[in-house]
Every structure is written in C-alpha cells, then in structure tokens.
Design a protein around this ligand. Sequence first.
Ligand SMILES: Cc1cc2nc3c(=O)[nH]c(=O)nc-3n(C[C@H](O)[C@H](O)[C@H](O)COP(=O)(O)O)c2cc1C
Length: 228
Amino acid sequence: MPRDATIAVDVLTTLSAERFTCRAYRSDPVPEDIIQGILQIAGKTASWCNVQPWQVVIASGETTERFREALTAQAHADPEGAPDIPFPPGHHGIYKARRQETGYRLYAALGIAREDRERRLSQSLENFRLFGAPHVAIVTVPAEIGPYALADCGSFVGSFLLAARAFGVDTTPQAALAQHSAFIRDFFDIPDTQKVLCGISFGYADRDDPANGFRTSRASSEEIARLV
Ligand SMILES: Cc1cc2nc3c(=O)[nH]c(=O)nc-3n(C[C@H](O)[C@H](O)[C@H](O)COP(=O)(O)O)c2cc1C
C-alpha cells in the first residue's frame, strides 16, 4: 500500500525545523538503545558506490569526562592545533556575511559585546568542553579515498543530526574538535590511516540556557537553486 507522503513530509519538515546546533547541555545520558537507533538510521546514508567511508567512535560516561578535561587542557596548551583536513582559508562576500550573522546572533543571545574578546574566547573554548554534552561522536574518514569520501561523510553527519532529533536528542556538529586531530587519534586509539572530520557532541539541550536561545537563518530556495 502506498504510504501517505504528507506524513513523511510533515515528519521531515518538523525534524529539520526542530534541529539546531545545541551549545548547552543537561548532564543526563542518552540510553544506549537510542544511540544504536541513531547509528542505524545514519548508517543508511548514500555514498559513492556504497563504500560507506564513515567511521565513528562514541564516548559516554567517564570516557567523555576524561576526554573533555584532556581536550580542554590540549586546547590551552596548543591553541592553534593542526586539523587533518585543512580549515577554510577565509570567507568572503555572502559567505562572510552569513558567517558573521551566525556569530552575532550567538553573541547577542549570550549578551557578549563585539569588542569583548575575553568572553568571545571563553565562549569558543566551550567547544572543547563539548558544551557540557554527556556524549561525543568522533567522525573519521579514511585518507586513501580522497575528497568524495568527505562528501559521503558530510551526508552521514547530516543524517546523524536528523536521526538524533527524531529520538529527541540534541546535537552539535563541531569542526573545532578537528583542530586537535592528532590528539584525538591518540586519545581514542584511532589509526593514522583515518583522518578526523569533526565531532558531534550530543545529549539533551538545556533549553533555559541563553546559548540555545537563538536560531540561524537560511537563504531562500531562489538563492540556492536555479530551476531551468
Ligand atoms: C561540519 C560542521 C562543523 C561545525 N563546527 C562547529 C563548531 O566547531 N562549533 C560550533 O559551535 N558550531 C559548529 N557548527 C554548527 C554551525 O555553526 C551551524 O550548523 C550553523 O551555524 C547553522 O546553525 P544551526 O545548526 O543551528 O541550524 C558546525 C556545523 C557543521 C555542519
């Protein structure tokens, strides 16, 4: 029997609208069967010739606490770090404007003035505290496959975020963690053949925290697509 498309569209519309990048968590852990459910859905992601290049290490409990502490110490000891996958050299034009708007909204929600470099720095260091999340997934990609594996892994990250929301779980995709790629490989015993793409901190949002009190905007369909 053909299923009702409107139900599927409603569900996906709701999940896409509800998902946001969470920057303050409660400490309650996500049950393991829910983590497995998220992985099962994210694992359905399409990839080039179905090679499924993504690998994830997921930390919970005491491991997350040890990682949070060690990563924060590492970020203080080596603020620059060295990502496996080069960070963007800079953003210009519309990309710069979008990036700035996102930053302004975050700092406005937190009441941080533009010139207050100290509080901006301490907010950005929250990345390494995983924003207090009880879990983090480290997403890696095999170096040998090349750039299209990054596209596959990016899709996996997107599926993970939406699947988590379906289970009522909030998420934070974090390239900031990849700044300390070698440290992360060492901490989690990940082989050198894997490159760190990003982390996804996850758990349940503290909805009263001002860091979660804003939403980002999006370009219209006309701005991103040409129907010819
Ligand atoms: C691959 C990737 C890396 C990201 N890295 C970070 C990060 O290091 N720190 C952070 O606070 N947000 C990070 N974000 C979240 C983005 O800033 C966020 O997705 C964007 O501003 C849109 O907002 P929304 O997710 O709330 O819709 C990242 C997102 C993606 C997809």
